[in-house]
Design a protein around this ligand. Sequence first.
Ligand code: PGA
Length: 247
Amino acid sequence: MRQPMVVGNWKMNGSRELVQQLLTDIKTSLGPQPCEVVVAPPYVYLEQTAQLLADSPILWGAQNVSSESQGALTGEVSADMLADFKCRYVIVGHSERRTLFDEDDGIIAQKFGQAQKSGLIPILCVGETLQEREKHQTEAVIVRQLSPIFKAGYDLKKAVIAYEPVWAIGTGLAATPLQAQEVHALIREECRRSDQEAAESLRILYGGSVKASNAKSLFEMSDIDGGLIGGASLNAQEFVNICKAVK
Ligand code: PGA
């Protein structure tokens, strides 16, 4: 049995005040935890988040991590530093990092490795652009994005994968449950080739315009184990309702 999870990716949003309000509201309205719940605030709010969530089962993580472990790398944050702030997870390979910050599959694999070396669980994002989908390249893109991770022999039992079609991120146009399920099944099948046991326990999240109104139909699909939520995670009630929509 895979424990479903919902992760809130706050991206570059927030302030001390908003973090205080949002986390307080989420804690109040979540009630008995319906699934594993994780928030990923910007780095500078990790300490505040850790304090606010100390008495709660809600976990936290970061949105990015350096591909190196330490040294003269101005502005970077290492996996050990994130572990020091009690992060459990870190998102790697988000499409905004791939496109806006030129991160390629190799760098992303290095980040994935750094995370695991420090005891963090990487949440690896993969997904095709609209153009790639229209050219029927979805499968090839996903396989290409996954392959450096498999080749490096990283432990898939200590990882989460998020399928996030680029065309669905922040557009209001989510993949249909069937479209998502198809790719999730492909991801699990690819994992099976590397590690049969890990493939069965691997949690594969869907991300891209998930809202309380479409979450249930997505989460009902057999290979969708929860969601990676952007915009809707900044609204406490909406986020909580998404968490409650897990199967
Ligand atoms: P969205 O973003 O929910 O705002 O579409 C998802 C993501 O980028 O992780």
